[in-house]
Structures are given as structure tokens and as C-alpha cells.
Design a protein around this ligand. Structure first.
Ligand SMILES: *Cc1c(COP(=O)(O)O)cnc(C)c1O
Length: 267
């Protein structure tokens, strides 16, 4: 199997990358960690013209804020580990397909012997019942904090699709019904000091835990490693820190982040 990566903002340019043996176009919007938006409907239309299957990782938006099959995606993939679980205690995923691709998906599931554990399924089902109200809270708090970060001199950029300053904002506004609680910002700093500043920032946080996963009730922060990127390489204006904004009071979270910025300034 050969894989070729594409720039998420490639738009119609995706057609030039499709080769005679291309079978599948895998999409994700927004992109993990740096949150680039892509025009899913356009990419799906072009991919279908060349008989490719279109899959999408829709973990960030959840089906409440984006419905991939309505935009031409054939197979929608979701880490239910995140918002459907909501409590950081389950690892599970879901895959949904349109009618055309459902038989093949079902066959693959049987052949591979994939089964979700009953207790985990019960917890995910329970999580789904409160996901709507949790997401509304994550959305509101995360946007408040993103706007606050945008006003700071020690932040060079905030990577959040719901901010009008973000390059993919227009696509987000047109296609998505909401934004969830995960976004990143670039902590201003020359390449030589960026990592040290980020470490000091993260070390001084008390409310935010360190964590790679997200979607739970508690806030998390992590230094994003973009060193394996082939496209959309790491920014040079500072370290990328990803935040997952949980269900705590925004005032407490802001106080914690202020502590982080003070530590970064001294590092
Ligand atoms: C976390 C995550 C996954 C993987 O989920 P796990 O259940 O933790 O393996 C896949 N896609 C995205 C966008 C994620 O954030």
C-alpha cells in the first residue's frame, strides 16, 4: 500500500494527485493538532469522479456538529473514546458507512472479528445521552479562552476554526454547526527557546493535566510534536500547545494559563 499526504487546503488541486491506482481518499477536518479546515464536499466530489472511496475522521466535530455522509463521505470514522465517552475512561471507535459501502464494512468487521466490550458499549451509550449539553459547554468555554489568548502579546497565533482570524474559518462557518473544546495556540518564541518556554508553561499548570487524549470533563494541555509532518510543517514562530477545555469554570482555567505564561516568560 502506498500513501501520499495532501495539503488540507488543496481544494480542487486534489485531482492532480489522484493516480490511476488510487483507491481511497482519507480526510480529516479540522486537522489534528493544527486544525486546518478542508472542503470535504469538494474533495469527495472529485474523489468520486475517479471511483475512490472517501473516508473521514470526524472525531473533533462529532455527528452533532458535522455530518460527513451528508457531504459525500462514504465512511465516517469516530474515536468514541473522546466526546461520546466524555469521562476519559473508555477506548472505543465507531465506523459508519453509506448504503453503498455498508456491506463491505460489515464483511470486514466479521472477518477481522472486531467486537466492542459490552460494558464499554454501555458507557458510550450513556455518554451519548449527555453529549449535546457537554459539547455546548466545551464550545462556549473553549471559544472564550481562545479569544482571550488571541489578545495576548505572548501568543503569536490561535489555531481555532471558529475564530474569524483563522484561515479555514469560512469553511467551518459554512459546513459545521459548532466547534468543540480542542484547539491549539502558538506560544511565541524563537526556535532555540520555544521548547524550553513550552515546558515551563506546561510544568506550572495545576488545573490542566498533561494528556494526549481529550474529550473528557477535565482540561488538558500538551506540547504538540510536529516533527514527523511532511506537509504543513511545524510553525517557526513558537511551540504549538494544544488545549482541551473541559467543564471547569473559565475563570479558574484562565488563572492557570496566566501562571503558565508567567513561567514561560521567565524560562
Ligand atoms: C484520539 C483520536 C483518534 C484515536 O482514538 P483512540 O480511541 O484514542 O485510539 C483518532 N482520531 C482522532 C482525530 C483522535 O483525536
Amino acid at each position: 500500500m502506498e500513501v501520499e499526504y495532501y495539503d488540507p487546503e488543496i481544494g480542487e488541486g486534489i485531482e492532480a494527485l489522484i493516480r490511476p491506482n488510487t483507491k481511497l481518499v482519507h480526510t480529516e477536518a479540522p486537522g489534528s493538532n493544527t486544525f486546518e479546515m478542508q472542503d470535504i464536499r469538494l474533495i469527495a466530489k472529485i474523489a468520486h469522479r475517479h471511483d475512490c472511496v472517501v473516508t473521514m475522521d470526524n472525531t473533533w466535530a462529532t455527528p452533532l456538529y458535522f455530518r460527513p455522509l451528508d457531504f459525500g463521505v462514504d465512511v465516517s470514522i469516530h474515536a468514541t473514546t473522546k466526546y461520546p465517552s466524555g469521562h476519559s475512561d473508555i477506548i472505543m471507535g465507531s465506523v459508519s458507512a453509506n448504503a453503498k459501502h455498508w456491506p463491505k464494512l460489515e464483511e470486514a468487521r466479521i472477518t477481522l472479528g472486531i467486537c466492542g466490550a459490552p460494558d464499554d458499549s454501555y458507557q458510550i451509550l450513556r455518554g451519548l445521552r449527555t453529549m449535546g449539553v457537554r459539547l455546548a459547554h466545551h464550545q462556549k468555554s473553549a471559544l472564550e479562552i481562545a479569544q482571550w489568548l488571541e489578545g495576548r502579546a505572548d501568543v503569536s497565533r490561535v489555531l481555532h476554526p471558529a475564530l474569524p482570524s483563522f484561515p479555514g474559518h469560512e469553511i467551518w462557518k459554512r459546513d459545521f454547526k459548532g466547534a468543540t473544546g480542542v484547539f491549539s495556540f502558538v506560544l511565541k518564541g524563537e526556535p532555540a527557546v520555544a521548547r524550553r518556554k513550552a515546558a515551563a508553561f506546561l510544568d506550572s499548570l495545576t488545573f490542566f493535566g498533561l494528556g494526549w487524549s481529550w474529550g473528557g470533563y477535565e482540561s488538558l494541555a500538551v506540547l504538540v510534536n510536529l516533527s514527523d509532518r511532511r506537509i504543513r510543517k511545524a510553525p517557526e514562530d513558537g511551540a504549538v500547545i494544544r488545549l482541551q477545555i473541559g467543564l471547569e469554570d473559565v475563570a479558574d482555567l484562565v488563572k492557570d494559563l496566566e501562571r503558565g505564561f508567567a513561567a514561560a516568560a521567565e524560562a
